[in-house]
Design a protein around this ligand. Sequence first.
Ligand code: HDE
Length: 672
Amino acid sequence: MTTNQGVPVADNQHSLKAGLRGPALLKDFILREKLTHFDHERIPERIVHARGSAAHGYFECYGPQTELTSAAPFREAGKITPVFVRFSTVAGERGSKDTARDVRGFAVKFYTDEGNWDLVGNNMPVFFIQDAMKFPDLVHAVKPEPHHQMPQAASAHDTFWDFVSLMPESTHMLMWLMSDRAIPRSYRMMEGFGVHTFRFVNARHESLFAKFHWKPLQGTHALVWDEAVKISGCDPDFHRRDLWEAIESGAFPEWELGVQVFTEAEAEQFSFDVLDPTKLIPEELVPVTPLGRMVLNRNPDNFFAETEQVAFCTAHVIPGIDFSNDPLLAGRIHSYVDTQLTRLGGPNFHEIPINAPIAPVHNNQRDGLHRQAIHRGRVSYEPNSLGGGCPFQAGAAGYVSFPEPVQQDEVRGKPEKFAEHYNQAAMFYNSQSPVEKAHIAAAFRFELSKLTVPAIRRRVVSMLRNVSDDLAAQVAEGLGMPMPDPMPRALSEAPKPEVDKSAPLSMFARPGVTGPASRKVAIFVGDGVDGNLVAKAGDALSKVGAVGRLVGPRVGLFTAKDGSQIEADASFENEPSVLFDGVIIPDGEGTAKAWTRDGRAAEFVKDQFRHLKTILAIGDSVTFVEGAGILRDEADPGLLLLSEPKADAFSLFIKALARHRHFERETDPPRV
Ligand code: HDE
């Protein structure tokens, strides 16, 4: 052990004192260095997206896309570009819970051989506002209210709904935020979107518009709200842990990157403006072209050095990628570097290892706080002759902005199509399955029930009347209020949308291909349990890549029916039901009796049932499950109550587990 000056430390346990019981001495440079450094260990957190988790990986190109773009990652089949990806919630502080109802950030840094490209996206394809001018207001409204700093990581409060109900352009995004997209099961099970329209530019300087999509191989899956609430108590790190454990265990999460490409002329024909970030382009209108796949295969070595210090920026583009005139994007191009100058303490944060490009850096920028590079020689200007003219400009081989003609009056305002706010909100709602629609209504009911100002509730429901009277009526009923009149529309005659319903907008459109792999299953254990069944259950799960954990009334050793010892990994107390995707309750007379007397065991299966998970109970355990109020229902494929240990019990369980949840079972209010 040494000091920061490299001096060996003899004793790291005691400060220097004048005698064993005497006063500590100011000249103890070792103590002072240690404390001073500690005093400065915290840096400001991100103003938004403070809570996040990240991983390393790579992007692999499917084939050359040089007709579309000269961007380095898309030049040839099999080309590998390293990436670092950070997922985040938006509103909560750095230590807040993972499972808040919120948008999730999906930021990807591509370390390409022509410099870093950051695709700083979200898990929803649209945004609340159309212009960067409104962003500070939006964030002030959603953050904890300034007089008492409540609530943390939640949009269910007056100021958020006050703002958005006065901002009809947020209606479409509110539909996404109230949908299950806002409570993902895992970061691995979310789509990602670049949101804005970007430009692809090819080597001939021809440009097409581009919208980016990340599609997860794991499928898009969500929590249910009651589960999300309970998880935030028993494991606030739920998503962080899930990502970490999946990567550690080799279940590497994977996404396909696709792009919607279209011409400016096509864009002009659309009923909406592609520069408006509150609108998406239905895949029926412009299909998604797959470009390659991204695999996350390595956890960071150090959270602070990598996940915390990483600096994403929409201005980080490479040759082949350019901007559109989306006014929200314009503000972002400014904002990220600006905030990072403060957050990372100066202008040299591009030298922090996680931010440093793998492409070499040569320029005449010098000095500044925390400069790491040691520039040699006397030349730090261009043009020069003393340095042999180096570094040279790259000319046409460098970044050349797309020469978009600009000839208009300077104005503050927006194009007319931006003023249509409800077509796509309605398209989103109409594209949802009945289950998803019911969850949207319940989410509005919950969020609005938390408001203290009835006028704000009325305003939101009046906004919803422009989306769906059916939805508005359900929300009004849930709040015990009469239906208000619809909110007046900005446009008297809305353009007719090309698409009323778009199948990919439902989460059920993408169940994924990895099935039960990486899903967590509790296997109940206790004294007298059938050890043979416990072992078989564990084997069956690991064969399909699912994770079985032995959960008992306490951790530690239990004696199975045949006298062998079984060690519980977790207890009903330290890993309750919400942390598992399914439960297997093996046979065992004594065990079933003990579980019947244990309220925590009953609560465990009730929550499994309520949260629509797969339950397998065998033999005596069936009595325990039924005693908890869960009645046999042959039509429920996720409720396997077997009086005998049938040979195909575990394969039935795994098939049911792969369905993620059994929504047929759901009632509002819940049955148990
Ligand atoms: Fe951000 N956003 N944002 N944002 N954003 C930040 O940058 C901002 C927007 C997004 O994991 C900040 O370094 C403005 C849309 C992600 O480190 C800040 C506007 C989308 C992350 C900032 C937006 C995003 C951020 C905070 C409106 C989806 C986290 C700290 C004009 C396409 C990246 C920081 C990470 C972070 C500004 C809107 C995504 C303040 C001004 C739209 C994923 O610069």
